[in-house]
Design a binder for this molecule. Structure first.
Ligand SMILES: [Zn+2]
Length: 140
């Protein structure tokens, strides 16, 4: 299984662009990229800096995320292609973190009727049963 297959079936970046991210997820760690020119940090990692347009990025462990706040969420009731129907309904959401990053991910550990905009969440690496890896949002 290639890195892109481990992370998901669709991506907009080349396979080599996410290798370090997937390897870290497999080790239970979150990684981000930091622009060497302006210092901006991106999670999920980016190969180019949209703020200063530099392509000189370094990989860092993403420990600065801290607690985020859930900005929005939804519940997916129909199984998405490639996912087990038993995983649905599945909550997904976007969280805002103190460093400015906004992260979209599945939400774990919260009953769908307990989800609230503004609730505190944290990021966590997640190993899926079929060998893929991802990041998820969990209650902080
Ligand atoms: Zn930059």
């Amino acid at each position: 299984m290639t890195e892109i297959e481990k992370f998901g079936h669709f991506a907009f970046i080349r396979h080599s662009g996410i290798s370090k991210y997937v390897e870290a997820l497999e080790q239970g760690k979150l990684t981000a990229t930091r622009c060497r020119k302006c210092g901006s940090v991106y999670f999920p990692p980016r190969k180019f800096c949209p703020k200063c347009l530099a392509d000189d990025m370094e990989w860092i462990e993403y420990e600065q995320a801290g607690e985020g706040r859930l900005l929005s969420y939804s519940i997916i009731y129909l199984a998405v292609a490639g996912f087990d129907e038993k995983e649905f309904p599945a909550p997904v959401g976007v969280a805002q973190f103190p460093d400015g990053n906004r992260v979209y991910a599945r939400i774990e550990g919260v009953a769908p009727d307990s989800l609230r905009v503004g609730m505190r969440v944290k990021l966590a690496p997640k190993a899926l049963p079929d060998g893929r890896v991802t990041h998820v949002l969990q209650p902080a």
